[in-house]
Design a protein. Structure first.
Length: 503
């Protein structure tokens, strides 16, 4: 990137490109003619995105001043799209430190503008009475506005789009519960906004005048209660009218457990969101339209945004999901390459099966595992493991898949994440369930001649402390059923899907 080369348009730095909004903003910026650099802790997770070859990717973390300084070099506009939601009790301090580093490094690098997507906060509520989630978002906005770099803080409430955490909560609660006993926050007024309007305003904010340094409220044309949103979602989705009975006794903690029980959103993420829903979040101005005019038909009405999101879901055309971002605290150590790994003990379970089908047919089954297709063995055991993970605050099985047929590096897959994929050959998953150690699952399709192939499966576990060793030996008696059954059933599924095998 070079400030002296105007032919390439603005030079934009995007943080959070592995997340829901960042992963959608990058192609929008490219379409606008801008050049894009992505800052990511794990650049490999961006490798399989359709736009990966069109951007520059650098490794770094927003809390690390050196890596942020390197990423800011020759940048015109820096997008701050990260937060520490769900990372533990000290997430406010993490957010505070990261925002200071970002603002200071942007100022030192001569960045012309910062654009931050924050949360819409109620005007009449003192900041110390806000939920920790909203309070932290407000503080980050203040820090960036005071950085000395002109900053646009876009404040949105509930974002409606295929795969957004707010939309998934709304969708699953409404679809799964025809009769709901709900917390009192379903009566709170909210101003939802379509994700495509958020993206439009984020792109447009790159060219705000240099003297604009302020917050902007961002919302759609409808002001609704959460109850209204569920009723209207049901109508758009063609569901019978839902019976909703609000009760005052569900605390934020109980609400988050309720949401975690019914939806794919784990309680660790649901809690800050449900705490925020107790506040009325309604726009008090629409000044952003003076600088980024609304095109005809925008901002989208709530029903239209739901209709578009549902269309994307049904067509399996969801480009990013709320689970695109890594789970805070998930393991990040490199995969051990062999049993003599210097990192310590490594338990391995290997399985192999001869498959009466060519390797491409076997690969189609491998790439389709999880989600609605399941894990090809002992469904009760997998479901029980998922429920146990949810009970202790993990992600559980219900995150499902972004795409029913295709995977890419970084995709969440139930309680796994795709760490590596070599199309036609290898799928490696890293566990994100709560474990006393690190775990991986590898599946390979190997050609074997005469129209056959071999399925090779390897589960690896690196225990952490005595509890890790106890865990492995306590579950190892079930491996023959779970992992052995998985290998046999994947081989059979590939053979059944192959004409002429006679099986």
């Amino acid at each position: 990137m070079n400030h002296d080369d105007p032919a390439g348009g603005l030079r934009c730095l995007v943080t959070g490109a592995t997340g829901y909004i960042g992963g959608r903003l990058v192609p929008e910026l490219l379409d606008a003619g801008y050049r894009v650099r992505c800052l990511a802790r794990s650049p490999g997770k961006l490798r399989d995105h359709p736009w990966a070859a069109q951007v520059e990717t650098v490794r770094g973390d927003v809390t690390d001043a050196a890596s942020v300084a390197a990423a800011m070099r020759d940048v015109d506009v820096a997008y701050y799209l990260v937060h520490a939601l769900g990372s533990g009790g000290d997430f406010e301090e993490t957010d505070r430190r990261a925002a200071r580093v970002f603002g200071e490094r942007a100022k030192a690098a001569g960045v012309r503008r910062i654009v931050y997507l924050g949360g819409l906060a109620p005007a009449a509520v003192p900041e110390d009475r806000l939920s920790p989630h909203l309070r932290s978002r407000a503080e980050v906005g203040r820090i960036l506005l005071a950085s000395g770099v002109p900053t646009a803080v876009l404040r949105a409430a509930v974002i409606i789009g295929s795969g957004s955490v707010s939309f998934e909560m709304l969708r699953y609660l409404t679809e799964r519960l025809p009769v709901m006993v709900t917390p009192s926050w379903v009566r709170t007024r909210i101003q939802p906004v379509a994700v495509r309007d958020v993206l439009r305003l984020l792109v447009g904010s790159a060219r705000l005048p240099d003297d604009v340094n302020r917050r902007f409220d961002v919302g759609g044309p409808d002001i609704l209660t959460y109850r209204d949103m569920m009723i209207r979602y049901a109508r758009v989705a063609g569901l019978p009218r839902r019976l909703i009975v609000p009760v005052p006794v569900l605390t934020p903690g109980l609400s988050s457990l309720w949401v975690g029980l019914v939806t794919p959103v784990p309680a660790s993420i649901a809690r800050p969101l449900t705490e925020s829903l107790r506040h009325e979040v309604v726009c008090h101005e629409h000044d952003i339209a003076r600088y980024v005019p609304d095109p005809p038909g925008h901002p989208l009405r709530f029903d239209d945004s739901v209709r578009l999101a549902l269309c994307r879901v049904r067509e399996a055309a969801v480009s990013t999901r709320w689970s695109s971002a890594a789970v805070p605290g998930a393991p990040s150590e490199p995969l051990p390459t062999d049993p003599d790994w210097a990192g310590g003990s490594l338990y391995t379970d290997r399985r192999e099966a001869v498959v009466d089908a060519p390797a491409p047919a076997l690969w189609r089954v491998i790439e389709g595992v999880g989600g609605e297709h399941g894990w090809y063995s002992f469904p009760l055991a997998w479901s029980l493991r998922g429920w146990l993970d949810r009970l202790i605050g993990g992600v559980g099985l219900r995150r499902g898949r972004r795409d029913a047929e295709r995977l890419r590096v970084g995709d969440s897959l139930d309680f796994w994440r795709v760490e590596e994929i070599e199309p036609g050959r290898l799928l490696r998953l890293r566990a994100e369930m709560r474990l006393p150690g690190l775990a991986w699952l590898e599946m390979r399709a190997v050609p074997d001649g005469d129209g056959r192939s071999r399925y090779r499966q390897r589960a690896l576990f690196h225990p952490r402390g005595l509890l890790g060793h106890v865990y492995w030996w306590s579950v190892s008696p079930f491996h023959a059923v779970v992992f052995g059954g998985m290998a046999r059933n994947i081989a059979r599924a590939a053979a059944r899907q192959t004409p002429g095998t006679g099986r």
